[in-house]
Write a protein that binds this ligand. Sequence first.
Ligand code: NAD
Length: 330
Amino acid sequence: MKTAVFSLHKFEKPFLEQANQGRHELLFFDMRLTQHTATFAKGCEAVSLFVSDDASAPVLDILSSMGIKCIVLRSAGFNNVDIKRAKELGIRVARVPAYSPHAVAEHAVALMLALNRKLIRAHNRIAEMNFSLDGLTGFDMNGKTVGIIGTGKIGNVAAKILHGFGCRLLGYDVYPNETLVQQYALQYTDLQTLCSNADIITLHCPLVEDTKYIINSKSIAWMKQGVMLINTSRGKLINTKDVIAALKTGEIGSFGMDVYEEEEGLFFEDHSEDILQDDVIARLISFRNVLITSHQAFLTDTALKNIADTTINNLNCFSDQSNCDNEIKL
Ligand code: NAD
């Protein structure tokens, strides 16, 4: 199947080629799919998209008019695709439901440890021949209370790792998982109780109507003074301006973010030659107790292999017109 692969990153290409084994004709584009770039898919039957691509209704209309019959997402999340419009147009959409929950959970914990033990500051000091330890005091993870919001596949792995550190675990989820209660003594609670008792809060729920801005001035007011907040899930779970206000007063003691509500057109790209136009991210970058990564929590070789294998498998199903387990149904 001739497929236009949008938002291709250099690191993905060898994995996709290895998984494809020449079966499908893949056209690689490093640009994002938008209304302006959709015509690059002309002559193709399928497109492959990443989280930063725009598959809103107007873009889908253009794709459909050019004969696109299916979309294979190289991501688990699909909030960038108008699924309803895709169905109306008869475009089949499949995703990669799970590629490595370990990759994302381990990155969340990496952010926790780096913030807690002030690793970036320590590293920068050493580069300046400053071997002083003043200002680098952290805390023992052992015995601290961690609140996990969303205890699905990634939250599960995070619970296992943090239990290993000796943390006490609180969970908030619309579907509690008894196994976590049994295995890691995780206690399910309501959002307010979790926020009021946790020393660290880590977000692992999807972005849906109910979770949009779940972290806002109201929930921040419930939190312990100096709480550590970690978001590797989706930017819009957090009202960034409310978090900045709380960082300024010290209500939030540290903030690790791998996702940002305005990340489109910023993350995944080299803007080192540009004048930064986004004042909110500029303010975040200026805090010493904020650690930002550019949506890289998924970025391990295991995850990339799984993403490529599942994407090509989804393409195989669509080109054979067979049932696809990973197809998104309305
Ligand atoms: P999952 O579906 O296995 O788990 C999500 C959990 O959130 C489920 O247990 C669900 O019941 C719970 N949930 C749903 N609605 C909720 C609500 N209103 N309140 C509380 N809990 C709710 O998903 P997962 O694989 O663990 O992924 C979680 C999220 O991680 C994804 O939605 C995605 O946004 C994000 N993610 C980020 C990266 C990255 O690179 N940063 C990579 C993959 C996934």
